[in-house]
Ligand binder design. Sequence first.
Ligand code: TXA
Ligand code: MG
Length: 337
Amino acid sequence: MNNLGSIPDDAIPAVATRRLTEDAAGIAAAASLLRAGQVVAFPTETVYGLGADATDPAAVAKIFAAKARPRFNPLIAHLADTEAAFAQGFFDDAARSLAAAFWPGPLTLVVPSAPGCRVCDLARAGLPSVALRVPAPDLTRALLAQVGRPVAAPSANRSGRVSPTNADHVLADLEGRIAAVLDGGETPVGVESTVVACLGGVPRLLRPGGVTREALEARLGFALAGPERGDTAHPVGPGLLASHYAPRAQVRLEATAAAPDEVALLFGPHPLPGADAAQARLNLSPTGDLAEAAARLFSALRQLDGLGAPVIAVAPIPERGLGEAINDRLRRAAAPR
Ligand code: TXA
Ligand code: MG
């Protein structure tokens, strides 16, 4: 049994997971596996996604089995370009404006699904809306173009674990459970996409992420609705569980000092008292650069968690720009479970 309690680790038959290289042969192999209904992990600018043909419910079901996800949350459908995304949903003026400004990029738009939407009910969790995203990397878009269908993909980690930012992270969680991982190296943004719902009225921020609230609001010329900064106790989107990004260690936020039996996660140039005597310490960005900190966040959590200390003490991180997404993920990692 794993730590989810009810889902046995061996619930699916073991397969030999292939590590595909980021060249034409690797992309073609990944695309043909996806077209054949297999599950393949692939890089995006944010984190690695666990992809399946979004038009095929049997393929999408394999995502949930591989992740050992206890519930069918709605998934993001990934498209090769904006035109392909526009065909799947109804985009009002705000949605069009955000798509034009931030796609391709780390933004997911939740919009009413179009009559011709090909994203299956299982991938949408039966909702009348659909979550769409056009990722930025050339590698990802080449893969999506070759698949030629929307690709549903949550982050490529076991349910409850932190999101993977390289292929080794993916294999650590999913080796033997998925057909392949397309290895594109480290993901540059490091936190998941920002999710904004454009369902009529003022667009609503459902999840802070790789595009900052400030950048979205500057484009729109007005403030987004919900959630209040720092409010992860009241999830506004399905699947936005308060406890979600869960290392094995306890996570202690806003630490003003570290104890000797803890490991310390630091940010910026200011020393954290006790950190030098702690079991280990990592600095997300010694210069206080929030983009660098976001890119290193999940790797750092995995690394520190792997040392087996009971507590990860986390120094304060400013709640501006990408700090909003970083703190959102850290609060989830610290939430009681
Ligand atoms: O960066 C990312 O977004 C990564 C990469 C792989 O693209 N994907 C990702 O997927 O983080 P996932 O499944 O971990 O998160 C998808 C989020 C969830 O919070 C889900 O609730 C929300 O999108 N979502 C999807 N469809 C929705 C819908 N119809 N209405 C509201 N929220 C929705
Ligand atoms: Mg996830």
